[in-house]
Design a protein around this ligand. Structure first.
Ligand SMILES: O=P(O)(O)OC[C@H]1O[C@](O)(COP(=O)(O)O)[C@@H](O)[C@@H]1O
Ligand SMILES: [Mg+2]
Ligand SMILES: [Mg+2]
Length: 349
């Protein structure tokens, strides 16, 4: 781990704007989001004392049942973005794009509360955001969100865990800032992260195995076969049910995260949403020397047709992400795989 330098997030943003003055509005927006994140962290930190944060309400646009904390976080971040140079917001918790200051230069995609299934049981949750230039188009209110992830000027996520961390890129590396609660200041603790290219840890919700396509089944099966299979090394598995927690672990110690599309109804493109989950994560990962695809295609090149569009996601150590792609394009030997491979898990080493 790089030694904590203690630089504050504000000082880092000042330095980034000095490096590239076109980032001034992006930096102002990040400052607003960071202030709101501290408030949400306070609420998360009170756990059940803050009330039943997992209480179920309406369904959001993606069909998920909204939890109380989803709505609280959404409202707090929208308040923050009203005070920032932001024209419009695509939020997981709002059906349509929310217009704030039409003349402002930026658009923000946000997952106000990531890992919602963890709320009621007091496990790690987070927030994810991507910032991009506003695009004006006569007949399309969503035009700003119909550009590839490469147009993002910044991306980040917050982890409300044992510590509250603010993970950020403005296109000049990925860094982790940790909240010094006594000061109410985020301070640099992991500078210019570089994700190890190869690692022995994968993250996937293994309960969905029977729903995966052949390449994912084969990739995971080979990880599970360890030294007795073609990977010739043993793997460990983690699944936190919070994308932000898995992403922070991958940034710090490497590994590969997979949320593939599967055969369940509505999961053909997986569970995660391109604009406010996979594209911000992809920017952060690539800026840390890692990779992010939908299994085959670079996530940052993808363009959303709808603001809540889902996309499969594979990210992490670059060699592992590349290895997954070889299972899709048939470069992996099918040797030893029965024609019924995967239906009944016939391979038993
Ligand atoms: O419950 P599953 O299918 O394992 O999915 C877990 C994934 O769903 C998510 O919770 C989706 O995010 P939201 O909670 O913001 O909807 C991710 O954080 C997490 O990686
Ligand atoms: Mg989420
Ligand atoms: Mg969410």
């Amino acid at each position: 781990m790089t030694k904590p330098t203690g630089t504050s997030l504000d000082a880092h943003l000042d330095a980034e704007v000095a490096r590239d003055p076109t980032l001034a509005d992006t930096a102002a927006t990040i400052r607003a989001l960071a202030a709101a994140a501290i408030d949400v962290s306070e609420t998360c930190g009170r756990g059940a004392l803050a009330g039943d944060m997992g209480a179920q309400g309406e369904h959001n646009s993606d069909g998920d049942v909204q939890k109380a904390l989803d709505v609280i976080a959404h409202k707090r971040f929208m308040q923050a973005l009203e005070q920032a140079p932001v024209a419009e917001v695509a939020s997981e918790e709002a059906e349509d794009v929310v217009v704030l200051d039409p003349g402002a230069p930026l658009a923000v995609a946000i997952d106000p509360l990531d890992g919602s299934s963890n709320i009621a049981v007091g496990m790690v949750v987070g927030t994810i955001f991507g910032i991009r230039p506003k695009v004006v188009a006569e007949n399309d209110p969503n035009a700003s969100f119909k550009t590839p992830g490469t147009t993002q000027t910044a991306a980040g996520f917050v982890v409300y865990g044992p510590a509250t961390t603010f993970v950020l890129t403005l296109g000049n590396g990925t860094r982790i800032f940790t909240l010094e609660r006594s000061e109410g200041v985020f301070r640099l603790t992991h500078d210019a992260l570089q994700v190890v290219p190869s690692a022995n840890e994968y993250a996937i919700n293994a309960s969905n195995a029977r729903h995966w396509d052949g390449p994912i089944k084969a990739f995971i099966e080979d990880c599970q076969r360890g030294t007795e299979g073609p990977r010739d090394r043993d793997f460990n598995m983690r699944w936190t049910a919070a994308l932000v927690a898995d992403a922070q672990r991958v940034l710090i110690r490497g590994g590969v995260f997979l949320y593939p599309g599967d055969s369940r109804k509505g999961y053909g493109q997986g569970r995660l949403r391109l604009l406010y989950e996979t594209a911000p994560m992809a920017f952060l990962m690539e800026q840390a020397g890692a990779a992010a695809t939908d299994g085959r295609t670079r996530v940052l090149d993808l363009v959303a047709a709808k603001i809540h569009e889902r996309s499969p996601l594979v990210f992490g150590s670059a060699e592992e992400v590349a290895t997954v792609a070889t299972y899709y394009d048939g470069r992996q030997p099918a040797a030893g795989r029965s024609p019924l491979f995967g239906q009944r898990g016939l391979i038993r080493s």
